[in-house]
Design a protein around this ligand. Structure first.
Ligand code: OAD
Length: 239
């Protein structure tokens, strides 16, 4: 009797102790949030240099802030989908042996019930001071503490990831038995390195994505489909 790839992954989760999940923009696609590198993605319509780099911000802070406000409005108007909910359920099942690292800045994982979320690219709902690095959740343009310029609290191209957060994600990658890589093109480093770290440490790597990525040839299991469809099916197939 042959087992379907989905049942093989469900069995893998049933028989594993430590689970790490890495998510990207694809997880929020079925909520109505655009991805970046798909044909209709944000980087096909907007310039990452102008809108996601310090040079772009310094050249035109108002344009950058307007764009992030436009994205915040979209995110605030949508709901988490069944994929987010399934990931939150996995956290409940595995408890402290479960780690979610996300490249997403939209906080839809938290709204779906995920509690411990390693936001390796920051989050769009806060702003951070260019001068003292203080983080605020209001929309002040100038830092009340040091008069520095406030900018979205996300990681831009050329910037370092939040050190502690990424170190925790790397530790989870090094120590997990299974890593689920969901809805990411796996093109943006260093986050894209996490599956390779996990694989080198002996973990089984599962990719869930409707499309092939540069990671696909390196994973043990490929589930070709969208996260809001595949993830609930995996949970359903688990015992
Ligand atoms: P990308 O836009 O690069 O990749 C999105 C991936 O999601 C693609 O591989 C799609 O095939 C897949 N996808 C699309 N719809 C899906 C669905 N319904 N279910 C599952 N997968 C689906 O997004 P990321 O990999 O997240 O940086 O991009 C990484 C970083 O690049 C982002 O964090 C962002 C961007 O610049 C910051 O915001 C700092």
């Amino acid at each position: 009797m042959s087992t379907s790839p989905l049942h093989a992954v469900a069995h893998l989760l049933d028989t594993s102790a430590r689970i790490c999940v890495l998510t990207g923009a694809g997880v929020s696609a079925e909520s109505g949030v655009a991805t970046f590198r798909d044909p209709d993605g944000l980087w096909a319509r907007f310039s990452p240099y102008e809108l996601a780099s310090m040079d772009g911000f310094l050249a035109n802070p108002d344009r950058v802030r307007d764009w992030y406000n436009y994205r915040r409005a979209i995110i605030n108007s949508v709901e988490p989908n069944a994929g987010h909910v399934a990931i939150a359920k996995l956290e409940k099942m595995f408890g402290a042996s479960f780690t979610l690292a996300t490249q997403n800045v939209d906080r839809l994982h938290q709204r779906a019930g995920s509690i411990r979320v390693l936001e390796v690219h920051g989050n769009i709902h806060e702003n951070r001071c260019n001068g003292c690095h203080g983080v605020r959740s209001d929309d002040e343009l100038t830092c009340p503490s040091c008069s520095g310029s406030m900018r979205p609290n996300v990681v831009w191209f050329g910037e370092d990831l939040p050190e502690d957060v990424f170190a925790a994600a790397e530790e989870a990658a090094r120590t997990c038995d299974v890593m689920l890589v969901i809805g990411t093109s796996a093109d943006v480093w260093p986050a894209a390195g996490l599956p390779y770290t996990a694989k080198m440490a002996g973990a089984q790597i599962v990719e869930i994505n409707p499309n092939q990525t540069s990671l696909t040839p390196h994973v043990h299991h490929v589930l070709s489909g969208t996260s809001a469809v595949i993830l609930p099916q995996i949970l359903e197939a688990m015992t």
